[in-house]
Write a protein that binds this ligand. Structure first.
Ligand SMILES: Nc1nc2c(c(=O)[nH]1)N[C@H]1C(S)=C(S)[C@@H](COP(=O)(O)O)O[C@H]1N2
Ligand SMILES: [Mo]
Length: 324
């Protein structure tokens, strides 16, 4: 990614310990339907049965929902992040995202749909069955992780708003709240906030496209895109937009953040492809985190991040070099 200026540091008194958006009220409303944050458990002991997280485990059904590859430890998933709203350094999101208010949260869905509207996070959590997906995440910067997400298919969310046949693309937007996002207050950045991403409608409806609300059995850490984010495992990580507040179904291809900044470096499709180099580095291999000087864990990058069987048909007849 490109380099931007340094970001203002926030002082440590603003940083609270582990923050969590599920308060008692939410939990009672949801009647133990989903994820119980451990912070809640330590403060307010609950019966053992509530400890059961009700999401279905990822299984190897041949749909790409599961991989047996070694998972990236939770500590690394939480520490090594890209979330430019909180700064450009890998550990900035972990340091600065405590200030993000994730409750209340709502998601507005508009555009080419029969029933547009706003859903509160609580409604979202009680509407959809939660499932685990163990996915590879391949960043365009040539590092990768294996993460056990918890969420539900994006297709189920979109279906609820009844897309019209005129809906050809889906545009996503991240929250833009400068008071809580030091990275957006930088005078040197060239990002036109809010962070935006997009998918073609058939990509959005693909069963692998996931709305994640948790990882490793818990609600999402703020730095990983709390309280709700997209995960598109066959595309470079920048497509997997975090902390989403708005979804619009549209007729034509939306403008997206990284494509707008450097269209020759970051395409709209951004399908993982070892054959198509980034202008400044090769995409043939990747560092599987956590790695070190002595254990570099460099592995070959696979076409569509290893999800070819599931997604190749979306791109039949398309020149993947042209539509990178
Ligand atoms: N809003 C927003 N979403 C974002 C980003 C960002 O800077 N802002 N970074 C993207 C990039 S480049 C990657 S690799 C993934 C990283 O997700 P993770 O930090 O949870 O591993 O988030 C993506 N989503
Ligand atoms: Mo990335």
């Amino acid at each position: 990614m490109k380099r931007y200026g340094k970001f203002p540091k926030i002082n440590s008194s603003e940083i609270t310990s582990e923050s969590n958006y599920l308060n008692r009220r939410t939990l009672i409303k949801r009647a133990g339907a989903a994820i119980i944050p451990c912070q809640f458990l330590t403060k307010n002991p609950v019966s053992a049965s509530s400890l059961d997280l009700s999401y279905s485990r990822a299984i190897d059904s041949g749909q790409g929902f599961y991989t047996s590859e070694t998972k990236t430890p939770l500590e690394d998933v939480k520490k090594y992040c890209n979330f430019y709203e909180f700064g450009t350094g890998k550990t900035d999101p972990e340091k600065h995202s405590h200030s993000l208010t994730v409750d209340p949260w709502s998601l507005d869905v508009q555009g080419e749909v029969r029933s547009p509207g706003t859903l509160h996070l609580e409604d979202i959590l009680s509407s959809f069955e939660l499932e685990e997906r163990i996915y590879r995440l391949r960043c365009v910067e040539a590092w990768s992780m294996v993460i056990p997400w918890i969420g539900f298919p994006l297709s189920k969310l979109l279906a609820r708003f009844e897309p019209k046949s005129s809906a050809k693309y889906v545009e996503f937007r991240t929250l833009y709240r400068p008071s809580e996002m030091p990275g957006t207050r930088s005078l040197f950045g060239s990002i036109d906030w809010p962070y935006r991403e997009g998918l073609r409608i058939d990509e959005a409806m693909h069963p692998l496209s996931l709305m994640a609300i948790g990882l490793y059995g818990k609600t999402l850490p703020n730095q990983n895109g709390a309280p709700i984010r997209l995960v598109v495992p066959w595309k470079y990580g920048f497509k997997s937009i975090k902390s989403i507040v708005s979804i619009r179904l549209v007729r034509s291809r939306p403008s997206t953040t990284w494509e707008k900044i450097a269209p020759d470096e970051y395409g709209f499709y951004a399908n993982v492809n070892p054959e198509v180099s980034h202008p400044r580095w090769s995409q043939r291999t990747e560092r599987r985190l956590p790695n070190s000087l002595f254990n570099p864990r460099r592995i070959n990058t696979k076409l569509f991040n290893g999800y070819t069987e599931q997604v190749a048909s979306l791109y039949t007849g398309m020149d993947l070099r042209k539509y990178f």
